[in-house]
Design a protein around this ligand. Sequence first.
Ligand code: GZL
Length: 306
Amino acid sequence: GCSSDSGTESGSDDGQIVLGFSQVGAESGWRTANTESIKASANAAGIKLQFSDAQGKQENQIADIRGFITQKVDVIAFSPVVTSGWDAVLKEAKDAGIPVILTDRAVDSTDTSLYESFIGSDFKVEGEKAGDWLVKQYEGKTGEVNIVELQGTTGSAPAIDRQTGFADKIKANPNLKIVKSQTGDFKRADGKTVMETFLQSVPKIDVLYAHNDDMGLGAIEAIKAAGKVPGKDIQIITVDAVKDGMTALAAGEINFIVECSPLLGDQLMETVKAVKAGQPVEKRILTKEGTFTQEEAKAALPTRKY
Ligand code: GZL
């Protein structure tokens, strides 16, 4: 807390920790679940949350962070929409003595003193899990397999790493070829329109790899409109495992989903408290997550939290 007259200390007057959080936006079901987790966990932890939705714009996140510095919040946390362009504003936070925690997505800053911790998934491993599953599906089979890829937001850590991990793994079978790869910005509507162009320009599409469920669900609409059966004519792999994705998986319209957990709220608030208390925190906190087949989705759906 701070004595109101001096105004030199940080945080609110009643000793409550004040956390400034800048969120990417509201582009997907995953993002909605992530926002809900952060708000619920802050509430449960008794932490005062100043929450900002940057609507997918880096300049808004930079403005958010500058605002939190001016407000003298105790801790700043954010999910960086893209990996680069953060060093200056993170240095301003450091010079102001306000610790920063990264959640969900990483930054490419080489100076790791600019943040206390990065809490989030290993997106390269997620891409590798997707690639591994596909290689197994085509073990022992012959003939070219045409893959189209819907990438996440250009320049974002998940888009970069999910593309790399997947491409690395499918090298095991030279028949597996990515014939088209384009961003759908993690959005359902964009996934649909980009898939429409893929369907028009690629005579035989065997597999769709979408970097999130939402783009996969949009693509399914385009596939159906083209008179093809999703999950049968075109094998579909997505990432996230949010409820709508799991529902499509259980219904056989998607074939495999790699989970990416949005439930980072509790880990974030524990880390905020530790940082505020001057306790050491792990530089990299990895989220636990798995994969789902169609059968596993049927079993998991009834108790799925998001
Ligand atoms: C992953 C997260 C991605 C999700 C998308 O941690 O950054 O952004 O996979 C979301 O659904 O839009």
